[in-house]
Design a protein around this ligand. Structure first.
Ligand code: GRF
Length: 191
């Protein structure tokens, strides 16, 4: 496939960047028809930035308090087709979401609509559910409320700690995030 046909991704991060890594790996192995054009962080210390650097992907650090103008400018500069939130710890304003209609997606560590918001893994443990998982969804103006693209369920085991459950969910996240991007890249899915 020619490079020009690849979906240009702009990945927004704030921290560790393991989902970013899964997306980079899927692109590099040609598992998905996409390329990471830029990684944008509102946290200059995010480990995700080191991951991007290692793969020679452009990085941009934006203002932590008011990141949106710089993010919009950067997305335009790199002609980004799809914005992927990957552990980006700031809720985007309705104006931002409107600027990229049906072109922003997010990964959440639960089977939405269950356990939206922060600490979804702890919410699942506290609720005593036997099954939780991961969700990739389009971002709308709500918090974790947009249309669901893909989900993968993950069992909660008897002796699970927060760490062990978080890790099991993370493995599911790394599987479904690239798959969801591929669905959009091939045009088999629209919002
Ligand atoms: C993941 O659990 C993701 O579902 C949530 O934030 C975490 C980010 O992890 N939105 P990482 O930075 O991709 O490792």
């Amino acid at each position: 496939m020619s490079v020009s046909k690849k979906l240009k991704l702009g990945i927004l991060v704030s921290g560790r960047g393991s989902n970013l890594q899964a997306i980079i790996d899927a692109c590099e192995k040609n598992k998905i028809d996409a390329e990471v054009s830029v990684v944008i962080s509102n946290n200059p210390g995010a480990f995700a930035m080191e991951r991007a650097k290692k793969h020679n992907i452009p990085i941009e650090v934006v203002d932590a308090k008011n990141p949106e103008p710089e993010i919009l400018q950067t997305l335009g500069k790199y002609r980004v087709d799809l914005v992927c939130l990957a552990g980006f710890m700031k809720i985007l304003s309705p104006a931002f979401v409107k600027a990229y209609p049906a072109k922003i997606i997010n990964i959440h560590p639960a089977l939405l609509p269950a356990f939206p918001g922060l600490h979804a893994q702890k919410q699942a443990l506290d609720a005593g559910v036997k099954m939780t998982g991961a969700t990739v969804h389009f971002v709308d103006e709500g918090c974790d409320t947009g249309p669901i693209i893909l989900q993968k369920s993950v069992p909660v085991l008897e002796n699970d700690s927060l760490e062990s459950l978080t890790q099991r969910i993370l493995e599911a996240e790394h599987e479904i995030y690239p798959q969801a991007i591929q669905r959009i890249a091939t045009g088999s899915l629209k919002f």
